[in-house]
Write a protein that binds this ligand. Structure first.
Ligand code: CA
Ligand code: CA
Length: 161
């Protein structure tokens, strides 16, 4: 029978200490559990208000939280297209820069019968139709005799992003 000597007790104490230090070092060296963000619209950009912590990437989640609206895949950082319809929450900020930028802001004018194309009046808000000046025609008028400038317009939609 093995005698439980003081030396054996000391060896057990040292072994327990080594195991304890090893576990502590292993826990310290483990990478932190990453946070994943829901990407419901599948555009590769995550919703900052819907997240999950997991070692593995959950399905439908991405590692960034850069989406400004996760209900429309056309609305994402860096989007270049302009749209005539809001993205789904009444906002036209499709490129996630915090503002709705109008595609067309020029106002039209006629100069010597030549048109500088643009809106024929005030610049419309995003998603609204308005008249766009396409041409200026000089037409003679008999009474009183003069040259009249007639503005030719077409209806256009203000697109934004
Ligand atoms: Ca998204
Ligand atoms: Ca924008």
């Amino acid at each position: 029978m093995l005698a439980w000597t003081k030396r054996n007790k000391d060896l057990v104490g040292i072994a327990v200490a080594i195991v304890g230090v090893t576990v502590a070092v292993a826990i310290f060296l483990l990478p932190p559990v990453p946070t994943w963000y829901a990407d419901k619209d599948g555009d590769g950009f995550g919703n900052p208000s819907v997240s999950e912590k997991s070692i593995w990437q959950p399905s439908g989640f991405v590692e960034n939280a850069d989406d400004c609206y996760d209900g429309n895949k056309e609305a994402r950082p860096g989007a270049e297209r302009f749209f005539g319809k809001h993205r789904g929450d009444k906002s036209f900020d499709y490129n996630c820069d915090g503002k709705s930028t109008k595609a067309q802001t020029a106002t039209g004018s006629c100069s010597n019968g030549t048109a500088n194309q643009g809106w024929n009046g005030a610049v419309p808000n995003c998603g609204l139709m308005a008249d766009w000046l396409v041409d200026c025609d000089r037409k003679p008028k008999l009474f009183p005799p003069k040259i009249e400038v007639v503005r030719e317009t077409e209806r256009r939609l203000q697109r934004c992003h």
